[in-house]
Design a protein around this ligand. Structure first.
Ligand SMILES: *Cc1c(COP(=O)(O)O)cnc(C)c1O
Length: 282
């Protein structure tokens, strides 16, 4: 991809903040986002004083393109779509995302932070077809380098030029640049990590499905799995007491009773399985 269609940021979190600073007028404009989703979209909306409109996913966590479009008005500048979505784990169909892209005149952001774990093709390949598409990716997840702070946005030349005009001059420091250049040719190794993770993910899902404490394991395209359990708060504390940290999503829209469990190493996955299994049996 041509360099003038790539923005490099201090993590993709910088790209999220820039979407507001570049495209939204505080107190006047609004953005529309799927719910539940990644928390930073709303945090940055609040900080930039931009109204944040949440549109619930369907009960099966699929994208409700019509509802997203219906929530927009003349002041809507951005629609946020995270795919695979955090915390639900599922990727949305390309056809559903294209419905939103075709019907909305503002910018549609597709956040692919977990894209490497999905069998679905990146929306990056749709950029020529949709000038209003912006795709975000990051070194923080599959590349295991969250501390390095390097995120990417891919979009039209015009959008990238605006991002480069508004960003801080030295937003990606020299150590990060050196790290990225040095690790670029490790794609094969990263691919290997992903393969290992995906086979562990399959094993984790199978084991979780066999536990009586687990009510439902939701389909996932990410490096985590959302699980509805018999008593989310109690199981969360039970795991925490054993030194196992998962995300308690019990209070999140559509995720009642759910924990989000990140796929770990073989022994970490065994620990979380045994940890849940031992709940309520003492
Ligand atoms: C982790 C994450 C990011 C942010 O990643 P950074 O590049 O570390 O800022 C963005 N979006 C989603 C959905 C994430 O889960």
């Amino acid at each position: 991809m041509a360099a003038n269609r790539i923005f490099l940021g201090n993590g993709s979190d910088e790209c999220i903040d820039l979407m507001y600073r570049v495209f939204c007028e505080p107190k006047t404009d609004n953005v529309v986002a799927i719910s539940p989703s990644y928390g930073m979209y709303e945090v940055c909306a609040d900080i930039n004083d931009v109204e944040y409109r949440k549109v619930p996913l369907r009960d099966d966590f699929s994208l409700n393109a019509e509802a997203l479009i219906a929530a927009t008005d003349d002041h809507t500048k951005v629609i946020w779509i995270c795919s695979p979505n955090n915390p639900t784990g599922n990727a949305f169909s390309t056809a559903d995302i294209e419905r939103v892209l075709g019907a909305f005149e503002g910018i549609v952001v597709v956040d692919e932070a977990y894209g490497e774990f999905s069998s679905q093709k990146s929306m990056r390949f749709m950029l020529d077809r949709y000038p209003n598409l912006l795709v975000m990716q990051t070194f923080s997840k599959a590349w295991g380098s969250a501390g390095v702070r390097l995120g990417m946005a891919f979009a039209s030349e015009e959008i990238i030029a605006l991002f480069n005009k508004v960003k801080y001059p030295y937003n990606v420091n020299m150590l990060t640049q050196q790290f990225a250049l040095k690790h670029m040719d490790r794609l094969g190794e990263v691919q290997q990590w992903i393969e290992t993770l995906l086979s562990e993910r399959t094993r984790l899902i199978k084991s979780l499905n066999e536990l009586e404490q687990v009510e439902k394991v939701f389909a996932t395209d990410a490096n985590f799995v959302l699980v509805r359990v018999v008593n989310a708060d109690a199981i969360y504390s039970h795991l925490q007491a054993q030194g196992i940290i998962v995300r308690n999503r019990n209070k999140v829209e559509k995720c009642l009773g759910c924990l989000r469990i990140t796929v770990g190493t073989e022994s970490e996955n065994n620990a979380v399985i045994n940890g849940i299994k031992s709940y309520g049996t003492e």
